[in-house]
Design a protein around this ligand. Structure first.
Ligand code: AMP
Length: 217
């Protein structure tokens, strides 16, 4: 199964991608996670991407396309993958098409998670992430067992620097301008399925599985 999870920041792409990974046994490929790791490790990529990410801007296409090109060639992505946070521009979507075509692969489905904008700020500003293992919590909707501590690894939870309210406004602007047109791009190619991203994570996952069941039939 080769999937894209599309949607604004805070739509639940990461949460649902993790569930799908566990369920389908295919990797979650998150450009945001890859870039954050590069920032943490202080690599050249991290030094280039860090300031843009912190400002809520997009990292240049050629950089993220290069990352994805390499990641899709890894053996664990052969059976399938879940792209989370990529593509974010039409140029990235076209580069993805080209990369898959070269290796004789095709996308199966693009899931667009739909969440009203007013919900997004509330969701993101309460989000707390574990820099060590990438677990994500929410102070109200999904609090960790011990405040500020990751349930999975005991690491200290932080608020991502780009999860503050004013950065979210910029990230939403970037989404509207650059990424929202991809809904149309994939709809025209009959790959799109819209899923309401509101409600419990379990309920949303059930709906995603229903939609995917239609593909494999
Ligand atoms: P995310 O974790 O998906 O919300 O991504 C966090 C940040 O990483 C974004 O706000 C961008 O600065 C950068 N980023 C992640 N994926 C991409 C992408 N496909 N294209 C450009 N920038 C990206």
């Amino acid at each position: 199964m080769k999937l894209i999870l599309l949607g604004p920041p805070g739509a639940g792409k990461g949460t649902q991608a993790k569930r799908l990974t566990a369920d389908l046994g295919i990797p979650q490929i998150s450009t945001g996670d890859i870039l954050r790791e590069a920032v943490r490790n202080g690599t050249e990529l991290g030094r280039k991407a860090g300031p843009l990410m912190e400002a809520g801007k997009l990292v240049p296409d050629e950089i993220v396309i290069g990352i994805i090109d390499e990641r899709l060639r890894a053996p664990d992505a052969e059976k399938g993958f879940i792209l989370d946070g990529f593509p974010r521009t039409t140029a990235q979507a076209e580069a993805l098409d080209a990369a898959l075509k070269k290796s004789g692969r095709e996308l199966d489905r693009v899931l667009a998670l739909e969440v009203p904008e007013e919900k997004i700020v509330e969701r993101i500003s309460g989000r707390r992430s574990c820099p060590k293992d990438g677990s994500v919590f929410h102070v109200i909707a999904n609090p960790p067992r011990r405040e500020g501590i990751c349930d999975a690894c005991g690491g200290e939870l932080v608020q991502r620097p780009d999860d503050s309210e004013e950065k979210v406004v910029e990230r939403l602007r970037q989404y509207r301008e650059n990424t929202a047109p991809l809904v149309d791009y994939y709809e025209k190619r009959s790959l799109l399925a819209r899923v309401q991203g509101v409600g419990s994570p379990e309920g949303i996952f059930t709906e995603i599985k229903r939609v995917l069941g239609e593909v494999s039939r």
